[in-house]
Write a protein that binds this ligand. Structure first.
Ligand code: NAP
Ligand code: ZN
Length: 368
């Protein structure tokens, strides 16, 4: 099969109004082919909060036309002659939120790329959409029929995980797995997950799978309480409903992972939950930045504030292995690709329980 046998088509955002459910279906020009690339016939793509930030130019001007979607699963239909990681035609693969880094091609030896931390490459981080590759081509995401990505960022999906379930793991999954693992979520630790959405629900399940003593969900209301316990949470805090939550649960948590993307979030209250030397990890990315807050907890409890960006291809492989071993699977609703505009509106309304996955039935999307 050659590149001309199929068309790259998808839902395109043409301007910021596309986030209001106004993406239009159309053809796009993938990056100029290189022999290190693979083409993927997309069967599934999860909907991530980042898709909405990008469609509305929330983080800065988006390079329209833009096809979002970075939780991509499909089958390999073309493999470059210099692909070295063993990918073959017909393989079931995935691409997460990053599809290229400098890979030591810019300033010589890159500390991040050489140490398996490609997600922290400071020379070139190409997002799976709204990015520009070294060869000048633009990156287009997975609300589409086909995707072209550099092979280093294409990962095989283990046989035991269905395509629909694997999709949200590629961004939402690894974005929570990587920092929890890095910061030692495990035996002896109490872990708090703030915001029970797509990222947050993974956070709860990973913290349990990694062996944390106790997992606490910090949500706004009690609406998701029952779900949180089914996911494995041991405790639930509803910040908008329990008036005394900051004092009641004061200094009880070692590690807090915050997935909230609203700059009005009560950061000082969240920090009050941390024990001495506790760590607050921000992964949510509000359009307006991190809120200002009273510095007292930093000083009086020596707590640390840090952040974390997605995960490397190796983190993704490791996450899949843990998911297989411990039976971690996302809670998803599968929606036809044709209904993507309605799906992003529902996403903005907070309806996913807990991830929407778009499916291209005509591309042979078979669920295991
Ligand atoms: P999501 O499914 O909408 O989840 C976000 C959750 O935040 C909501 O379910 C809600 O949980 C909580 N929340 C929303 N508004 C809030 C408010 N005003 N105050 C307090 N909590 C609020 O979104 P997502 O896909 O998980 O993405 C979350 C964020 O992570 C986005 O900003 C996204 O861009 C970012 N992200 C970052 C990375 C990274 O590498 N760092 C990667 C992927 C995504 P409750 O209903 O439980 O309160
Ligand atoms: Zn994402």
């Amino acid at each position: 099969m050659t590149a001309t046998d199929y068309k790259f088509e998808g839902w395109l955002g043409l301007d910021a109004s596309s986030a209001d459910g106004k993406m239009v279906w159309g053809e796009f020009e993938p990056k100029p082919w290189e022999e290190t690339d693979v083409d993927i016939k997309v069967t599934h793509c999860g909907i991530c909060g980042s898709d909405l930030h990008t469609l509305r130019s929330g983080w800065g001007p988006t390079l329209y036309p833009c096809c979002v979607g970075h939780e991509i699963v499909g089958t390999v239909v073309r493999v470059g002659s210099e692909v070295k990681n063993g990918l073959k035609l017909g393989d079931r693969v995935g691409v997460g939120a990053q599809s290229d880094s400098c890979m030591n091609r810019i300033n010589g030896d890159c500390e991040a790329c050489s140490s398996g931390n490609e997600n922290y490459c400071q020379n070139k981080h190409v997002g799976t959409y709204n990015g520009v590759y070294l060869n000048g081509g633009k990156s287009y995401g997975g609300y589409a029929t086909y995707n072209r990505s550099p092979s280093n960022f294409v990962v095989k999906i283990p046989d035991g995980i269905s395509s629909a379930e694997a999709a949200p793991m590629l961004c939402g999954g690894v974005t929570t797995y990587a920092p929890l693992k890095h910061h030692g979520a495990g035996p002896g630790k109490t872990v708090g997950i703030i915001g029970l959405g797509g990222l947050g629900h993974f956070g709860v399940m990973w913290a349990k799978a990694l062996g944390a003593d106790k997992v606490v969900v910090i949500s706004r209301s009690g609406v998701k309480k029952e779900d949180a316990f089914k996911m494995g949470a041991d405790q639930f805090i509803a910040t908008a409903e329990e008036e005394d939550w900051t004092s009641k649960y004061k200094s009880t948590i070692d590690l807090l992972l915050c997935t909230v993307s609203d700059t009005r979030m009560p950061v000082a209250g969240y920090l009050s939950l941390l024990k001495m030397d506790g760590t607050f990890i921000q992964v949510g990315l509000p359009d307006d930045g991190f809120p200002t807050f009273q510095q007292k907890p930093l000083i009086f409890k020596r707590v640390k504030i840090t952040g974390s960006l997605i995960g490397s291809p190796n983190d993704i492989r490791e996450m899949f292995a843990l998911a297989e071993e411990k039976g971690v699977r996302p809670w998803i609703s599968v929606i036809g690709m044709k209904d993507a505009n309605k799906a992003i509106l529902d996403f903005e309304d907070g309806k996913p329980r807990y991830r929407f996955v778009l499916e291209n039935q005509e591309n042979g999307a078979a669920r295991l």
